[in-house]
Every structure is written in C-alpha cells, then in structure tokens.
Design a protein around this ligand. Structure first.
Ligand code: KIV
Ligand code: ZN
Length: 397
C-alpha cells in the first residue's frame, strides 16, 4: 500500500469557523500562499454558500494557487453545489467537497431525513459535482457516531457515483483512537469499491485526541489527513497539522509514512496565522509553542548545550526555527548563563561569572525569567568586569 499521506489543510475553512479567527480576503490569500509554500496537498479555501465574501475568496484563491488542490465545501443541496462549482471556476486543481450527516441523531433532529433520503441526496450531489470536476470528496458528517453498515452503504454508493475521496469525520471529537482505527479498518474491508477512492480522516479535538485518532486511522489505511495550522477549528479545534506531520517525521522508525510538507515552513506558517488573527499560540503547544524548544532547568540546559538530542526529539531548525531557546530563570545553571552571556558579548572568568550568577538568581526569584536586557543591565552595573572578548571561562552548571 502507498505510504504517502495527503495533507488536506482546512485552516481557512474549519479553522476560520472558530470564534475570533475570522479573516478577510487579503489575509486568506496571504495564508493560502503560505500553505502552498508549506506543501499542503489540498487547501480547503472556504464554504462558498456561507457568504458572498467566502465565495469571492475561494474564487481568488483558486486564481493564485497553482500547486495545491483548492477545495470548496458545500452541503448536498443544489444551491450549495452550484456555488461551490462556480467558486472553483479558475482553480488549476479544483475539488468539490460535499457533505451530509449520517448519524441517527443528526439525521433525526437536524436533517429530519431517513437513511434512504440521505443516501439519495449524497449520490445526487456527488454526481452533480462529478459532472463538473474529476476530483470530488464526500464527507459523512458525524461518521464516528454513525452505524458502520450505513457508512459502508453510503460510501459504496458515492464511490460508484464518482467520489475520489471519502472522508470519515469525528465531527464531535468523541472517538477513542482504537475505536476510530477499528472503524477505518471496517470501512476499508467492507466497502467493495474502496480501491477507487482514498480514505480521509477529519478529527476534532474535544477530548484532546484528534492527532492520536488521525494517526491511528492512518495506521489502519487512511491516506488523507485533514488538519489545521496550530490546530485551530470548531470548539476545541481540529487535528494540528504540525503535530500530525512531525509525529510521522520524528517517529519514522515506527511508522514509515511520508508527506509533501516542507517542515521548515511549519513555524513561519504558524506565526503568520497568529499574526493575521491576532491570536497567539499557547506557549506549551507542541512543535510551534514558544516553549516547545525552550529550556530553563539547569540540567536540561547543560545537556542541550552539549548535545541537543539529550532533551530534544527533533531540531528546532527542522520546523523552521533558527535555534533552541535557552531561558534564564531560577532553574538555570552557570553553564547556560555563561553561554547566554557569551552570546551577548560578555566573556567572564569563573569568579565574575559566580558574581553575576548570584545577582541573576536573586532577580529570577523576583521575576519569572531574566531577559537579555536584564543581563545587560546587570553587566553594566558591574563596572569592573571584563567586556567583550575578555576572560572567557568554561564553567559547569
Ligand atoms: O467536522 C466535520 O464533520 C466537518 C465536515 C464538514 C467535514 O467539518
Ligand atoms: Zn470539522
């Protein structure tokens, strides 16, 4: 089986649906270009029926993106489909992504439709999309809470109608990794024409399991993962693109999958999104958080400065950061302080380093971290100390 995993980025659609993350057209265009540079195979540009703005934005993105496939989301209604098809008019690689809910609870309370009606509507939608474009994705919304046999029936029918990707969303983030993996396996084994379509997964993070569920699905045969930069998305978010990709990169010894992502564009993409939306990334966020490569504890700093692999499972450079971050705080040792001072141009002998160390730890007790400007001000107060180029000493920490 092919081990290449298609990365479907939905930052501009599902990501934008999260409160406080809406973006205007030019911001979306900037982000779309960055996602293309990142190497996303598919960029879901928006939900054209949602507003005229979304429609126009999908059209504009379709005009400028040349390498990535551009997807437009739509329900199975005629008016939605027409809007999506039209929005993709100029895209070099267009994909219509149509969806309808398949769980009993959604069909009964939200759609008020029977299984037969839902299946018929899905098939009609795929046929319509297929009459315009080759690349058609069908999503069974709330798939993880749907009857697996109904999923087999509806996916078989939409593949027959021309769907090239079938998506199995864990819409409400309810699935557990082993359950979700089992579901993917059941579908792979139970859908007779599955060789004509790619199985895709789309996991929400309500239980903090979106990435684990996505990886478990891949292990069981999924070959497209839908995800977002910084893990943004409805409620608790979607599977984070950087976590999915870096898990595969870092643990190649355990799971041998490849993606087209240029991992060095991960950090720039994360920062661009944060800058555009004005929403910072949580500091301890895996891969792209401010602290992901920061070390404050003395023992860790010592180890990382000697050999980064002691406390880092991937290099900061591999995700586009220029270096790891040594943070001077009350847990830091002399070794890291010495290194930091050298970076700032102060080369001290052992005695002077000890004096500075005492001052720094006192300050670190009062404030959380000691910044570069604090160190410079400590150094400027210690007049009799050597400046740049003097008295370097290698100290233990
Ligand atoms: O979470 C979900 O089910 C979705 C679909 C529209 C793919 O976002
Ligand atoms: Zn979603």
């Amino acid at each position: 089986m092919n081990n290449h995993i298609t990365i479907f980025d939905t930052t501009l659609r599902d990501g934008e649906q999260s409160p406080g993350y809406s973006m205007n057209r030019s911001e979306k265009l900037r982000l779309a270009l960055q996602l293309e540079k990142l190497g996303a195979d598919v960029i879901e540009a928006g939900f054209p029926i949602a507003s005229d703005g979304d429609y126009e934005t999908v059209r504009e993105i379709g005009k400028v993106i040349k390498q990535s496939t551009v997807a437009a989301l739509c329900r199975t209604r005629d008016i939605d489909l027409e809007r999506a098809v039209s929005a993709l008019e100029f895209a070099a690689k267009p994909r219509v992504h149509t969806f309808i809910a398949t769980s009993d609870i959604h069909m009964k309370y939200k759609l008020q439709q029977t299984r037969e009606q839902v299946l018929e509507s899905a098939v009609k939608a795929v046929e319509y999309a297929k009459s315009h474009y080759d690349d058609v994705e069908f999503s069974a919304e709330d798939a993880s809470r749907s009857d697996p046999q109904f999923l087999i029936d509806i996916f078989t029918a939409v593949i027959e109608a021309g769907a090239t990707t079938i998506n199995v969303p864990d819409t409400v983030g309810y699935a557990l990794p082993w359950e979700y993996g089992e579901l993917i396996k059941t579908l792979k084994e139970g859908i007779p024409n599955i060789d004509k379509a790619v199985i895709s997964v789309h996991c929400h993070n309500d239980l903090g399991l979106a990435v684990a569920n996505s990886l478990m699905a891949v292990r069981n045969g999924a070959r497209q993962v839908e995800c977002t930069v910084n893990g943004i998305g409805e409620r608790a978010g979607n599977a984070s693109l950087e976590e999915v990709v870096m898990a595969m990169e870092t643990r190649k010894n355990n799971m041998n999958y490849s993606t087209s992502i240029n991992t060095r564009e991960i950090y720039p993409s994360s920062q661009l999104l944060a800058q555009i939306t004005g929403k910072g990334v949580q500091p301890n966020k895996a891969i792209v958080g401010e602290n992901a490569f920061a070390h404050e504890a003395g023992i860790h700093q010592h180890g990382v400065l000697k050999n980064p692999l002691t406390y880092e499972i991937m290099t900061p450079e591999s995700v586009g950061l220029t270096c790891n971050k040594i943070v001077i705080g009350k847990h830091s040792g002399r070794f890291a302080l010495c290194k930091k001072l050298e970076d700032l141009g102060y080369f001290l002998n052992k005695e002077h380093l000890n004096q500075v160390y005492v001052k720094v730890t006192k300050l670190a007790d009062k404030q959380k971290t000691v910044e570069d400007h604090d160190l410079i001000s400590i150094m400027s107060m210690m007049n009799d100390m050597p400046g740049e180029g003097h008295g370097r000493v290698a100290s233990g920490g």
